[in-house]
Design a protein around this ligand. Sequence first.
Ligand code: PRP
Length: 383
Amino acid sequence: MSDFDIVGPEAIREGVATDAYFQRTEAALRHAGKNPRVVAEVTADQFPDGEFELLAGVKDAAALLEGYDVDVDAMHEGRLFDGGPVMRIEGDYLEFARLETSLLGFLSHASGCATAALETRVAAPDSTVFSFGARHVHPSIAAMVERSALVAGLDGFSHVAAGEILGKEASGTMPHALMIAFGRGNQAEAFRAFDEGVPEDVPRVALCDTYGDETEEVLRAVDTLGDRLESVRLDTTSSRRGDFRHIVREVRWELDERGHDDVGIFVSGGLGPAELRHLRDEVEGFGVGGYISNANPVDFALDIVEVDGEPAAKRGKLSGTKEVYRTADGGHHVGLRGRPGPTDGESLLEPLIRDGELVRDFDIDGAALRAREDAERVGFGDD
Ligand SMILES: O=P(O)(O)OC[C@H]1O[C@H](OP(=O)(O)OP(=O)(O)O)[C@H](O)[C@@H]1O
């Protein structure tokens, strides 16, 4: 029994992490001796409408479905989608009915975070952007948030345990708590203790907004750390921010004026795509938290579209097994399987599981590359 209110991996894997009506559905079908062969599709919108979203969470979805006697096709992580299925499951319905709740949760939440992260990525394509939002969400999903940010092409993240799961090191330097622990007027001591206390490979980034004017604190960091100072971070609280761009430009000016043009400026605190666009030409990088971690999940649904070889669907949904295609001009097309697709269309649904066995490798960097190429191709987040 866990000390925390967390649904564990075993419950997810076994299908107990489900809505009760699926257990009732299984009981009813078994009672009636029915277990139809079905095709089910995971879809957010039936038709393309020009609003692309970024697919993530496929690795966890695959881990959930692996070992069950189903065939699954899915788009690759890092693909943008706009209408039609992102995943298709074929099998006896009783084999996977109870997995729907967790399956949709894996895909919906990760894709929501990844889409928001991609908005920040394209808003500042030449800047360093880190994911700082783990503090806003339940710790059990921190790795999902950070992985989604990486799939979107962000440069790093802050959560240590997520890093251990993802096989990548978390980034971060100092919070206000360090500055406050040393006390007002003792910023130099805090910067020095940081420099002397943390490993050499940690970038010397001084947080310069705790007690005084940003420029004053930046100059104090420069005086204390000299050439060892790599960057400064401004996290000016919103009530004191005024014109943040002006503050940043002033800091840049004073650094340059003293010959410290190699010292970078990072900013954080309540930032989203609009702020990144506004500040991107004046800073080296951003820490983005809530905009990514608090993103709305994508509204995926799993719908049966074929029963024992015959098209089926509830009203409002499109019956029949579908394919989705991307054309060179960035178009996203939905059509029926077995019918000709667009002549230059690339089919996006590819094998994920065959007879219960996983047939795909997952690679975060590869997903990020796909996201970048797709974002360019479809004009995602263009100004
Ligand atoms: O506003 P968000 O985009 O969600 O960014 C996440 C956090 O990152 C910054 O925290 P900082 O590291 O400065 O934390 P601290 O105030 O606890 O020191 C900022 O103050 C935000 O609280």
